[in-house]
Write a protein that binds this ligand. Structure first.
Ligand code: FAD
Ligand code: SIN
Length: 529
């Protein structure tokens, strides 16, 4: 293995520039130098595509207990109540901080003056979603990136993909990264590392997530020996657009919050059979209902009908969705929008405590890469942007108490070999199809066993290519997708019941006697669950 020469040092290393990473960057920069790595351009993240909004108790008529109750109810018994209480009670302050950082959320004016407009989404018993029309994530990214730009202690490196964490004696010292343009491997050392790499949607062929969501942080932390949990709980959003060119474009749940109705091809409604909240039932229930109804009838998709909502209201509230639908030849004011479930969010990930600490010293994590205990077996809509800001804030507070670490003299080998990279995309496509067929919305024991075998075989082929090839961004992502797929299979195979987002027809009931607990994978690859 070769050894590298380019070394960067900072007080804090942040990996990722979505909401979790930018918040951590901003807050850590108040206390010292920050190096932030991001594998594409700065704004490219799941955050940037968030539509519905950020949940929070900001209406005087709302109360913390109600938000806590809704979160626990969605989480199907597995939420950690202490984490949920932190999320809900600190959330409103973080939303105010976002506004102070310049985020312009949608306001309404009435006889009482001007206040935040609040949307409604599935599983929420009332309106509490702060939003910027249907481009909430883009507005948050814009505001946070602006604030970061003003900070002279921050260096953001775009097109730098972290390949692996540097961990010695269970202490994290930073990460090895690849400059995707120069193809040089660099070593980034820091007293604290905050992992904010986001989600895993690209493990599946149909996903609302952009291409960056390849589970890098989950895979890196797992390889480094961090404790992981609950990767079986992958959330499938019920209403991604069904269109050959739309790449699973999301039709926000907020559309149902404003009265959108789910229908089948013949116009019949069906959600009332599945849940008292009908179209606004928690996401797992809506996604499974669509899946079941559509399969039963041999149809391709369900439909979201908003034709009864006045066109001006639709355009005013959902300008982005309306214009994207029209680009694809569907006018939502007049036609039903074809929809289908797609992989959307990972409730599991790197286990953290209430201060973002992982099981590895000096390694913190925040955002979708984590399992904070907030989401349990199913995330309540719009709780993830909130989780990212609440726990990034806490992670930085905790990291501030760390003494500086001496990283001089650390020898870091460059990963990989010296051959040009083989194309692993056929392997990756096969893996994604296997995950879609066997480890998606409905699972079986036999399907999980077969997926576990196939994923292991594909993963080992990709790993062989990785070990002999020059480091490459796409290859690294394929390696990580395969690792995350293996972890999802492992967690899903272990849980012999159905709960929240994990539904196995061979164990269709919730089993509180044996499974009212997290699926924890500790001590790295070889460990048992
Ligand atoms: P991300 O925003 O995904 O950021 C991850 C960052 O890490 C990116 O900058 C990425 O480039 C970088 N990165 C990843 N790997 C590496 C690596 N190896 N090296 C360097 N950089 C790396 N949630 C809500 O609460 N409300 C919503 O309305 C909402 N709508 C959504 C709509 C869509 C279409 C999607 C996809 C998600 C939505 N979510 C929503 C979920 C929410 O957006 C995400 O969970 C949240 O934004 C995750 O933030 P994050 O900072 O953890 O990760
Ligand atoms: C949406 O707008 O439907 C997504 C909200 C979320 O994922 O929380």
């Amino acid at each position: 293995m070769a050894h590298t020469t380019t070394v960067h040092t900072a007080d804090t290393l942040v990996i990722g520039s979505g909401i979790a990473g930018l918040w951590a960057t901003l807050k850590a920069a108040d206390r010292g130098t920050v190096l932030a790595l991001t594998k594409k351009e700065k704004s490219e993240s799941n955050t940037n595509y968030a539509q519905g909004g950020i949940a929070g108790v900001v209406d005087p008529d709302d109360d913390f207990e109600s938000h806590v109750r809704d979160t626990l109810e969605a989480g199907a018994g597995l939420c950690h109540e202490d984490a949920v209480r932190v999320l809900v009670t600190e959330g409103p302050d973080r939303i105010r901080d976002l506004i102070d950082f310049g985020a312009r959320f949608t306001m309404i004016r009435d006889e009482h003056g001007e206040r935040l407009a609040l949307g409604r989404e599935g599983g929420h018993s009332r309106r509490r979603i702060v939003h910027a029309k249907d481009l909430t994530g883009r507005e948050i990214e814009r505001a946070l990136l602006n604030a970061v730009r003003l900070h002279d202690r921050v260096t953001i490196r775009e097109n730098h993909i972290a390949l692996d964490l540097i961990v010695r004696d269970n202490i994290c010292l930073g990460a090895v990264a690849l400059d995707r343009e120069s193809r040089e491997v660099e070593v980034c050392l820091a007293s604290a590392t905050i992992l904010c790499t986001g989600g895993v949607g690209q493990v599946y062929p149909h996903t609302t997530n952009p291409e960056i969501a390849t589970g890098d942080g989950v895979a890196m932390a797992w390889r480094a020996g961090a404790t992981m949990a609950n990767l079986e709980f992958i959330q499938f959003h019920p209403t991604a657009m069904y269109h050959p060119e739309a790449k699973s474009f999301l039709i926000s749940e907020a559309v149902r919050g404003e009265g959108g109705i789910l229908r089948l091809k013949d116009g019949s409604t069906f959600m009332e059979k599945y849940h008292p909240l009908a179209c606004l039932a928690p996401r797992d229930i809506v996604a499974r209902a669509i899946d079941a109804e559509v399969k039963q009838r041999g149809e391709e998709c369900a439909y979201l009908d908003v034709t009864h909502i006045p066109e001006e209201t639709l355009v005013e509230r959902f300008p982005h969705i309306v214009s994207r639908c029209r680009e694809y030849g569907i006018d939502p004011a007049r036609q039903w929008i074809p929809v289908t479930p797609a992989a959307h969010y990972s409730c599991g990930g790197v286990v953290t405590d209430l201060y973002g600490r992982t099981s590895i010293e000096r390694l913190y994590a925040s955002g979708e890469v984590t399992c904070t205990g907030v989401h349990g077996a199913n995330r309540l809509a719009s709780n993830s942007l909130l989780e990212a800001v609440v726990f990034s804030e806490r992670a930085v507070q905790s990291a501030a108490s760390l003494a500086r670490i001496d990283t001089s003299g650390i020898d870091v080998p460059i990963p990989g070999g010296d051959k040009e990279t083989d194309d692993v995309s056929p392997l990756l496509n096969r893996l994604r199809e296997v995950m879609w067929q066997h480890v998606a919305i409905v699972r079986t024991d036999a399907g999980l066993a077969s997926a576990t075998r196939e994923v292991a075989a594909i993963r080992s082929e990709i790993e062989n290519v990785y070990q002999r090839s020059k480091p490459g961004g796409t290859l690294t992502e394929a390696r990580n997708i395969a690792a995350v797929a293996a972890l999802i299979c492992r967690c899903a195979t272990t849980r012999l019941e159905s709960r929240g987002l994990h539904y196995n027809t061979d164990h269709p009931e919730r089993d509180n006697t044996n499974w009212l607990r997290d699926t924890v994978v500790a001590n790295g690859e070889g460990a048992t669950v």
